[in-house]
Design a protein around this ligand. Sequence first.
Ligand code: UDP
Length: 232
Amino acid sequence: MEVVYEGKSKIVYKGETDGTFIIKYKDSATAGNGAKKQEFAGKGAVNAKITKILFELFEQSGIETHYIKTIDETTVLVKKAEIVQVEVIIRNIAAGSFSARYGIPEGKILPFPTVEHSLKSDALNDPLINESHILALELASEKELKEMSEKALKINEIMKDFYKKANLTLVDFKLEFGRFENRIILCDEISPDSCRLWDSKTGQKLDKDIFRRDLGDLMTAYNEVLRRATNV
Ligand code: UDP
C-alpha cells in the first residue's frame, strides 16, 4: 500500500478506491511532542476499537465521521478528507496544559464546557490559537469554525453521557475535523490517547496521563476503558 502520511500514532495509506484512505493505528505512544516515546503492544488495536464504538455512536446522532469500516484489528477504511489544521479541545474539568497555563488546580469542574483551538503543528508544538488568528491565517472559514465548535460540543454531550454509563468522567479531549465533499466531518481518533478519562468513583486516571506522568501500566487502563465501553 502507498503511504500518504506517517504520524506519531497512525499511518495513512491510499485507499483502493478514490475518495478513501486506509488508516493503521500504531502501538507507539508519544508525549511532550515526541520527547517521550514508547511502544505498547496492543494499543493500536484498543484505540481502533474504542474509536469505532464512539464514531458509530456519533453517526447515530447525525454527526458524520470519516469512519467507513474496520478492515482488521488495527486498520480501518475511512473517507479521504482534507484535515483542517486546527485541533479542537473541549474541557469539562481543568487539567493538563489548562491547569498549568491559568494556575487552576487539576480537577476543578468548569461551569460550562470550554472550546479551545490549537494549531496542528509539531514543529511549533501545537500552539494555542484564537479564532481571529485562525481566520487571518485562512486555516478555516468562519462557517467552518462555527460548525466545528457546535459539533465538538454536541460530541462532548454524547461522550459525557456514554462514559458516565461506563463509570468514567470525561475530563477533556481533542478532536480533528476534515473537509469532505463540502462538508465538515469528524476525523482522526477518539481514544484514551486523546481524552482524559477518570474513574467516576475513585478518580483514578485511565488515559495517556499514565504514560505522560509514569503512573502505572498504560495497557491495563486502556483495556479497562475498552471493556467498560463495550459493556455500555
Ligand atoms: N490532546 C491531544 N493531542 C494534543 C494535545 C492534547 O490528544 O496534541 C488531548 C489530551 O490528551 C487531553 C486534551 O487534549 O485529553 C487536552 O490536553 P492539554 O491541552 O491539557 O495538553 P497536555 O496536558 O497533554 O499538554
